[in-house]
Design a protein around this ligand. Structure first.
Ligand code: TXA
Ligand code: MG
Length: 325
């Protein structure tokens, strides 16, 4: 990444503009977290309701005290183990943090990304960068600069192209305000990883836990109706609807690709991490294939698949119901 591109991005942030940038999870759409106007612009570009908080991205642990009023022992342990990296901690907000960032809650989400370009950008900027995933609200996140450009066009000021994101799905979110961690969004860092680092078991979210919009039942949805089903049923369903001259898009791990016409098929990677890495690009490819329905083969229920299963469940819930074949 050239110094000019970094400088240009930082200049845009300083004057209150929006810059999309790569992180190790997905692309973020960044704005100066201390500039209320810039945050308003961010919400408008995403089409995001204003009571949904955004994550503040910082360059290093020294900046943590500017954003939170209480670094719990639990937060210290998790930060020491996983930062920089794909973990967001929910902490009590410091007094100066605006309602625009926190969605009016008493907590703030903070992350120190490990992606070298994200790190250089935020360090050079010097402040906190508020950055939701760089996609329209409720839609599929972006793992390539090209996805961001297609999603926003001229509605944002600048896109930094850092190639493909490594992890491919959004950060694990943990509420670290108490003694025991609460998992608000599963991710590449698993429940087991969190428990091992914290030395205590996770507790389930309660009605009083902070709200995370990525945990809305419907989210991460392509425009094509998406259904998750077992391989056998998927093949039968695909055969039936293509006979009725509907087109079917399929994301499947098993090597069962049928030969009949009207099917756009992507053979997904076998292991959970590679599957996650490619997930959003695959969903975007299938979503633009002009199909009537998008079928995803049911995945294993084991812990390493938890984050991907979470995203697919919400993507399916966010789909328009498919028209009857
Ligand atoms: O990997 C990621 O986390 C990416 C990259 C760009 O860092 N960002 C991301 O942001 O996924 P977004 O806005 O798409 O999802 C952030 C989630 C939302 O569900 C939001 O509700 C939750 O974090 N969140 C942020 N601040 C929170 C808070 N104070 N309390 C509870 N949830 C919070
Ligand atoms: Mg998002």
């Amino acid at each position: 990444m050239s110094d000019e591109a970094i400088d240009q991005a930082v200049a845009v942030w300083k004057r209150g503009g929006l810059v999309a940038f790569p992180t190790e999870t997905v692309y973020g759409l960044g704005a100066d977290a201390s500039n209320a106007d810039a945050i308003r612009k961010l919400y408008a570009a995403k089409g995001r309701p204003s009571d949904h908080p955004v994550i503040v991205h910082i360059a290093g642990i020294a900046q943590l005290v500017l954003w939170t009023r209480e670094i719990t022992p639990l937060a210290s342990k998790l930060a020491a183990r996983f930062w920089p990296g794909p973990l967001t901690l929910i902490l009590k907000r410091a007094s100066g943090v605006s309602d625009g960032v926190t969605g009016g809650q008493d907590t703030v989400g903070i992350r120190i990304p490990s992606h070298p370009v994200a790190h250089r950008l935020i360090e050079k900027f010097g402040g906190g960068v508020a950055a939701p995933s760089a996609n329209r609200f409720g839609r599929v996140s972006a793992t390539l600069a090209e996805h961001v450009r297609r999603e926003f066009g001229d509605a944002i000021d600048f896109v930094i192209d850092g190639g493909e994101c490594d992890v491919g799905i959004e950060s694990t979110i943990v509420d670290a305000t108490g003694q025991a961690p609460v998992l608000l969004r599963p991710g590449h860092i698993t429940a087991r990883d969190i428990e091992a680092a914290a030395g205590v078991r996770l507790i389930a979210p309660t009605v009083n836990s902070p709200r995370a919009s990525g945990t809305l039942a419907a989210h991460y949805a392509p425009a094509t109706p998406l259904l998750v089903m077992e391989a056998d049923l998927l093949l039968e369903f695909a055969a039936t609807v293509t006979r009725q001259s509907q087109k079917v898009a399929v994301l499947a791990r098993s090597a069962l690709q049928p030969v009949f016409a009207g099917v756009t098929w992507i053979a997904a990677p076998r292991d959970a991490q590679s599957y996650a890495h490619a997930l959003y690009a695959n969903l975007r490819t299938l979503d633009t294939a002009g199909c009537d329905v998008l079928l995803v083969e049911q995945l294993p229920q084991s812990p390493e698949w938890a984050a991907v299963n979470d995203r697919l469940g919400r993507a399916a819930a966010g789909s328009r119901p498919p028209s009857a074949p």
